[in-house]
Design a protein around this ligand. Structure first.
Ligand code: GLA
Length: 387
């Protein structure tokens, strides 16, 4: 599905369903994280990029306070009153757009807020760790920000998306996904300091160097409203508290010997992942700027090993995807996103793409895993108005 088709189709679907024309169409991309996993809620560093898979939202305001959302992926029209949005009153994917409407009012007040009708379509795969949820949140956030005349900038909108996800969806996630979806640029990564929210775009140079980034969606579904993500976050908070710092961002490798004395072995392993991962993000940015993307492979793989062994958020399918890709010519590979399923990424020379694809597919079949979905993504622009 191309972006144009989706843009036109949401407009038409909106009209067919609601019986009038939308005011406009806004879109926001999914994201992959190149490196920096579970560092965002530790006030650390991340390097994601927005991908060329997007969510499109056709939107119009209403004169009353009724809010309706519908999508191409199911028949239901979800409806709620603007004043009635709570964690308990919303469910399913509708929690994302309704959550954003709620969070915008928390941040900017409700004077300008009215009801709305929205129709959504998306080619961001769901459950693959590519932030299909952030894509919905950010498309709706830019739309309502404009239609309600709130004049919030994209950084503030990232906070709005995170707030919606934490308070209304009930997933204790960080700021990375929404920041990537809002701040992404073609061919660039978003190097974000999750404490200050200062962001710099970093030239990835993949195409110039004859590289492509392969997504290997393992089809193992994950949900961050489940316990694994929250328990990792709690371990990090315990680690920071015991070490006497505001967040794990405030520790570097020099602190690890002392941490060994103070922390239980499990908390130590979680802390070690975050501390070393922050360092790997900084090194990756430096290597991209000085030597280029062909030299970041070891850092990517070290990140995977750290998530597998210290943070324990990988699964067999992700490990198989990473190791098979590496054996067949990928420069670097790692799981991406929150973990417990979802996708791996493999930075691969163009001439090795088919070999890696065939090898991973064959290995999954041999091991009796579900057939993986393997495709190339590129770095695309962040959320904006389409028409
Ligand atoms: C999920 C969360 C992000 C981040 C990653 C792990 O994608 O939504 O905030 O914590 O997991 O890096």
């Amino acid at each position: 599905m191309t972006s144009d088709l989706t843009e036109v189709s949401v407009h038409t679907h909106f009209e067919n369903l609601y019986g009038y024309e939308p005011t406009g169409v806004w879109s926001a991309p999914g994201r992959v994280n190149l490196i920096g996993e579970h560092t965002d809620y530790n006030d650390g560093f991340v390097l994601p990029f927005a991908i060329n898979r997007r969510t499109f939202a056709a939107v119009a305001l209403r004169t009353d306070t009724v809010c309706r959302v519908a999508s191409s992926f199911e028949q239901t029209v979800h409806e709620i009153d603007l004043a009635g949005i709570t964690r308990e009153s919303v469910s399913d994917w509708a929690a994302y757009p309704f959550g954003v409407a709620w969070a915008l009012q928390q941040v900017a007040g409700s004077e300008n807020a009215t009801g709305f009708d929205i129709f959504i379509d998306s080619d961001v795969p769901v459950g693959a760790g590519l932030s299909s949820s952030a894509a919905i949140e950010c498309a709706v956030a830019v739309a309502l920000n404009e239609l309600w005349n709130l004049e919030l900038d994209h950084r503030a909108l990232a906070r709005v998306g995170q707030h919606a996800e934490n308070a209304i969806v009930g997933a204790p996630t960080g700021i990375m996904d929404q920041s990537a979806s809002l701040l992404g640029e073609t061919d660039h990564g978003v190097f974000l300091d999750c404490r200050s929210l200062e962001a710099e775009v970093v030239d990835l140079g993949f195409a110039r160097e004859g590289l492509e980034l392969l997504i290997i969606d393992t089809k193992v579904a994950h949900r961050h409203a489940d316990g694994g993500y929250a328990s990792r976050r709690a371990a990090c908070e315990l680690g920071a508290q015991t070490m006497g710092v505001a967040a794990l961002r405030d520790l570097n490798a020099d602190a690890l010997p002392n941490a060994t004395e103070l922390l239980d072995p499990l908390t130590l392993a979680r802390v070690r992942h975050v501390v070393t991962e922050n360092q790997r993000v900084l090194e990756t940015v430096a290597v991209l700027r000085t030597q280029g993307p062909r030299f970041i492979g070891e850092l990517m793989h070290a990140s995977h090993v750290s998530m597998r062994d210290d943070f324990e958020i990988s699964v067999d399918e992700l490990d198989t995807a990473v190791e098979t890709a590496m054996r067949h010519g990928a420069i670097g590979a790692r799981m991406t996103g929150g973990g417990f399923g979802g996708a791996a990424i493999a930075l691969t020379p163009v001439e090795k793409i088919s070999e890696v694809t065939l090898a991973v597919t064959a290995e999954f079949a041999l091991l009796g895993y579900a057939k993986p979905d393997i495709f190339v993504v590129s770095a695309a622009p962040g959320a904006h108005r389409e028409e």
